[in-house]
Design a protein around this ligand. Structure first.
Ligand code: UFG
Length: 327
């Protein structure tokens, strides 16, 4: 299939591109490299451009005869979204709606969207099923939920189909350690803990130790980035016109911040200095997926079914790329 991957040089995008190429798809990556990395994708696949430049994308859709779009390009930092909602609504909603409409106008009938477990806000029941009430507690989650609504309306009205994947916490790196996670500045827990284990940070701050969880720290469902990438490909294969599906993508198990720290210590063999810190704004206590729907409907399952195996791949990436893509 001829696939345009918007934001394909980012963390989850680049792992998906790698798998798409292995499966023989004709992939065009479009990325402005503001958060993505040139070295995360094959040079001959990359078109450097900005989502704001919708005419550039339109031109690519036509000249490359694109059949499907996978849309990763977004700002995805919860805390930042609370402080700077304007940037989030502009990037994640306005520009994304422009992209969606160019798909419609160019007759592109398949769209895979990066959604998030943040659409559930603070869920009443955990593990979370897709039908759980959607009530985001931050601007990031609101922008993603609003776009899901637009997708549903488009699929109802036009010859267009989509899948929205509600990611839980993406983690880990490719099994061959050629690509991995690199954010500037880093805000995600696993790379931060690994950097502290490597002596690149003095300590890890634990954001809140008084949550109603077994050890008082937040519990998350960490999902390996390659399992997440595989979910995109399975979802894309199943899209039919005028249909839309949403899927939770997580392993269905939760780990606390302290579990993550302990696991990184075991995997790296190094002690991680910690500091207790106040809660971070916008963090729900516990987010765990119920992934039964994607297992049942798409035959998906997590190859990395526990935290340790995920952290091992992250460690291999950080060990071999101590400066991420910067080296
Ligand atoms: N945490 C710390 N110390 C740190 C960094 C994180 O204690 O230095 C904690 C956070 O408070 C949170 C957990 O570790 O409880 C995981 O934090 P991350 O920043 O790694 O991930 P988030 O759970 O905040 O974010 C993820 C996705 C978002 C998504 C969000 C939904 O990256 O895109 O889940 O809540 F929106």
């Amino acid at each position: 299939m001829r696939i345009l991957v918007i934001g394909g040089a980012g963390y989850i995008g680049s792992h998906t591109v790698k798998q798409l190429l292995t499966r023989g798809h004709d992939v065009t990556v479009f990325d402005n490299l503001s958060l993505g990395h040139r070295r995360a994708v094959p040079a001959e696949r990359l078109v450097v451009g900005d989502l704001r430049d919708i005419d550039h994308i339109d031109q690519l859709m036509v000249t490359s005869r694109i059949e499907a779009v996978i849309h990763f390009a977004a700002l995805a930092n919860v805390g930042e979204s609370v402080k700077e909602p304007a940037r989030y609504y502009t990037n994640n909603l306005i520009y994304s709606l422009n992209l969606l409409d160019r798909c419609r106008r160019n007759g592109i009938g398949k769209f895979v969207f990066s959604s998030t477990c943040a659409v559930y806000g603070t869920p009443a029941v955990v593990p979370i099923v897709e039908s759980e009430k959607k009530s985001p507690i931050n601007a990031y989650g609101n922008t993603k939920l609003a776009f899901e609504m637009a997708l549903a309306d488009y699929a109802a009205a036009y010859p267009f189909g989509y899948a929205a994947l509600r990611y839980f916490n993406a983690a880990g790196a490719a099994a061959d350690a050629t690509i991995g996670e690199h954010h500037e500045p880093e805000s995600h827990l696993i790379p931060i803990v690994i950097q502290a284990a490597m002596g690149k940070r003095p300590h890890v701050e634990i954001f809140g130790n008084d949550y109603p969880t077994p050890d008082g720290t937040c519990v998350r469902d960490y999902i390996h980035v390659d399992d997440l990438a595989a979910a995109h490909i399975l979802a894309l294969d199943k899209i039919t016109p005028k249909s839309g599906q949403v899927y939770n993508v997580g392993i269905g198990r939760g780990y606390s911040v302290r579990d993550v720290i302990r696991t990184v210590e075991e995997v790296t063999g190094s002690k991680v200095p910690v500091k207790e810190a106040p809660r971070r704004v916008g963090d729900p206590a516990e987010l765990i997926a119920n992934p039964d729907k994607i297992k049942r409907e798409l035959g998906w399952s997590a190859k990395y079914a526990d935290l340790r195996s995920i952290v091992e791949t992250a460690w291999n990436w950080h060990k071999s790329h101590p400066n991420g893509y910067g080296e």
